[in-house]
Design a protein around this ligand. Structure first.
Ligand SMILES: C/C(=C\CNc1ncnc2c1ncn2[C@@H]1O[C@H](COP(=O)(O)O)[C@@H](O)[C@H]1O)CO
Length: 242
């Protein structure tokens, strides 16, 4: 309250409705925090009722005529046939292929896109899409709303997603979370390095090498997801660690 000529800065409503003045505040960290919060709210709201889902990762650069494209498409299709929703990064290449397989099989085909300096947009086979500004908010959605990861041949983005999952499994932040690398020839070099260098030098334990499965058999990958879901159903949520 101000009386008798004390400084009058107007009301908060006046300042709210005043469109003149600097808009620099849009680029301040407190405002960013609200945008980050909004991404979590939107993601949680959109995905809460998705049901059991598997995230499929792989190269954004896989060409349509590459065998990995067909592989990703089949993975998407088979996961839907087993009652899973399919979540991808919503981009081109292997993501597009997995979304195509899922969509054509009549299942939930989800794309969690990311704002990039070069505009790509969600691929045409995403039937439920969210575009994120922040990588870390998007990455939370992949883990929170999927029950396992199928990882197809990919580059840095795919490695990032793979190693985030493995770190969360290793530190028991997620339990009963199968990670399957499909494509033995492609992944062999990484697996050999993990065993012969990382494990040999004591940077990971032997058990860490069992946190993922490498296969060429997409059916094996799908059945690992099915079995993990059955295991998760058998363990009541109240009994699972927080
Ligand atoms: C490179 C091109 C487009 C990139 N567009 C992407 N859209 C959505 N998600 C992406 C994109 N690029 C990478 N990702 C994420 O990382 C993984 C693939 O990365 P990689 O380096 O290609 O392996 C993928 O799973 C996404 O989540 C134009 O060609």
């Amino acid at each position: 309250m101000t009386r008798r000529g004390q400084v009058d800065q107007g009301t908060t409503d006046q300042r709210l409705l005043d469109s003149a003045g600097s808009a620099d505040w849009v680029h301040t960290d407190p405002w960013r925090v609200l945008r980050i919060q909004a991404e979590f709210v939107e993601g949680f709201g959109a995905l809460a009722e998705l049901g059991p889902a598997i995230a499929v990762f792989g190269s954004a650069r896989t060409p349509v005529d590459h065998p990995d494209y067909e592989l990703a498409e089949q993975v998407g299709r088979r996961l839907v046939e087993e009652g899973f929703a399919v979540i991808t990064g919503g981009g081109p290449g292997a993501m597009e292929a997995a979304n195509k397989g899922a969509s054509e099989a009549g299942g939930a085909s989800v794309g969690l896109g990311i704002e990039l300096p070069f505009e790509a947009g969600l691929n045409q086979w995403v039937d439920m899409g969210i575009n994120f500004r922040y990588f870390f908010a998007r990455k939370t959605m992949f883990v929170k709303y999927s029950q396992g990861f199928v990882v197809l041949p990919g580059g840095l983005g795919t490695f990032d997603e793979l190693f985030e999952a493995l770190t969360l499994v290793q530190t028991q932040k997620v339990t009963s979370f199968p990670v399957v690398l499909v494509g033995t020839a492609y992944w062999q070099g990484l697996v050999t390095w993990l065993r012969d260098t990382v494990f040999a030098e004591g940077k990971i334990s032997a058990a860490d090498l069992d946190m993922f499965t490498v296969t060429d058999d997409l059916e094996e990958a799908v059945q690992l997801m099915v079995r993990a879901r059955a295991g998760a159903i058998e363990t009541p949520e109240a009994e699972r660690p927080e």
